[in-house]
Design a protein around this ligand. Structure first.
Ligand code: SAM
Length: 417
């Protein structure tokens, strides 16, 4: 996992700009160093009609052991003055920064304001754009993007501050980023500008962009994300891609262990409507989020509070799992946006990173039906050890799925018939 997902521009998702969990800590991989793409792959199939059954949350077993997310976030605050603004900037009477048109020939001085502005020419001391204390003030898309570019800093391997600023503003205004680029002169209300300032400040304080905007794409659908669960990563889409290319027999039951936001379970429930899906998590807040996402997408999903698949009977045709796999000691080296904002229960894989994964492998021969398949996401360099452990438990290795960076990301296991 790496830095959370913001903005690896396009091409993310499977085969796209993957962020890495473990291993690649620099610049935003999850792995959990990395995050989700801005433009994830479209679903391989159009979502099919499905039953409008409500996702149910069933409590099985003991009390949750979830310690809850670490709330390291710095409180968002509204910037009174955009940092990076040049105090010598000139402004019109309504407070808009006057910009050179780049053409000083012909009319006027080549200094212009945006077309919606009725403020006239320069006016020293006019209100600054979008200040919350001047409710009628307006500013422009271009002004806000400039502000974000100067306020947000460049991170190695991360998206540019301009890309981050565009991502946030597009979400806030409900527009495409291409629209922003084509409408730099469009007016933005003072209220929207104030919200944008607050978002930029939260981002500058390290909060992942997807937590700020509240959603993250996964397999072409938007999932609500909160600090209760890991932000979905594009490499996890490898599991969906595999199962759509090699679907289980119709009616085979699917178990998603450690479902988090529910991104994987909801996607499989919608893309493989012939297969009932059950999802577990040991975190009650994560399960509540998964339930919300299941309802949002009207996915028939059964949710169970459980330690791995412990309380469930066997006979599963497919088991999927993206469990924590970061070694405890490496947590401190994760990018701040992962370390301080994403829940430790989603990251901490114990001393060698494999404690939770190996515990699941121990139980797989019981959980899987004969001939059943398990897909287990791993950190970089963990596949050999996990595969050896699985073989020792009588499972066959059926393959390894590599992510866009060539990392063996998902181990495919089969229980012999
Ligand atoms: C890395 S997150 C992945 C979430 C989701 N599957 C995804 O791909 O975005 C791991 C999830 O496993 C859950 N988890 C950790 N240990 C668990 C356990 N022993 N039993 C069940 N769930 C567990 C965490 O609460 C977290 O939601």
């Amino acid at each position: 996992m790496g830095a959370p997902p913001p903005l690896a521009p396009a091409g993310g998702g499977v085969g796209g700009a993957a962020r890495r969990r473990g291993g690649r800590l620099g610049g935003g991989g999850r792995r959990r160093h990395g995050g989700s793409p801005l433009r994830p792959p479209r679903p391989a199939h159009r979502p099919l009609r499905h039953r409008r059954r409500r996702a149910r949350l069933r409590l099985v077993g003991g009390a949750p052991r979830h310690r809850g997310p670490r709330h390291g976030r710095a409180p968002g605050r509204v910037a009174a003055e955009p940092r990076g603004a040049d105090p010598g900037d000139e402004h019109c009477r309504r407070g808009h920064r006057l910009r050179s048109s780049g053409d000083t020939r012909g009319r006027g001085s080549g200094v212009r304001c945006h077309p919606h502005c009725r403020g006239g020419g320069r006016a020293g001391g006019a209100p600054r754009p979008g200040r919350p204390d001047s409710p009628d003030a307006v500013t422009t898309v271009a002004d806000l993007l400039e502000l974000a570019a100067s306020r947000l800093s460049t991170r190695p391997g991360g998206p540019s501050p301009r890309a981050e600023g565009r991502f946030l503003l597009a979400r806030l205004l409900g527009r495409d980023e291409s629209w922003l680029l084509a409408h730099g002169d469009a007016a933005v209300s003072a209220e929207e500008a104030a919200r944008y300032h607050a978002w930029v400040e939260r981002r500058a304080a390290g909060e992942p962009a997807h937590y700020i905007v509240g959603t993250c794409p996964f397999w072409g659908r938007e999932f609500v994300v909160t600090p209760a669960a890991l932000i979905p990563r594009p490499e996890t889409e490898l599991i969906v891609q595999f199962l759509l290319a090699s679907p289980p027999p119709r009616g085979a039951r699917i178990l998603d262990v450690g479902t988090g936001s529910g991104c994987l379970a909801v996607t499989l429930a919608l893309e493989l409507p012939g297969s009932p899906v059950v999802a577990t998590d040991r975190s009650l807040p994560a399960l509540a989020l998964a339930r919300h996402n299941a309802r949002r997408h009207t996915a028939p999903l059964h949710l169970v509070l459980a330690d791995l698949g412990g309380p469930l009977a066997g006979g599963w045709g497919v088991v999927t799992a993206n469990l924590p796999y970061i070694p405890t000691a490496a947590l401190a080296t994760l990018p701040p946006e992962v370390r301080y904002f994403e829940p430790p229960v989603a990251l901490d894989g114990g001393a060698d990173g494999l404690a939770v994964v190996l515990a699941l492998l121990d139980d797989l021969p019981r959980l899987l039906a004969a001939g059943g398949t398990a897909l287990v996401e791993l950190g970089e360099g963990q596949a050999d050890r996990a595969a050896a452990h699985a073989r020792h438990r009588g499972l066959e290795e059926a393959g390894r799925l590599r992510d866009a960076a060539g990392v063996e990301r998902v181990l495919v296991l089969r229980r012999p018939r």
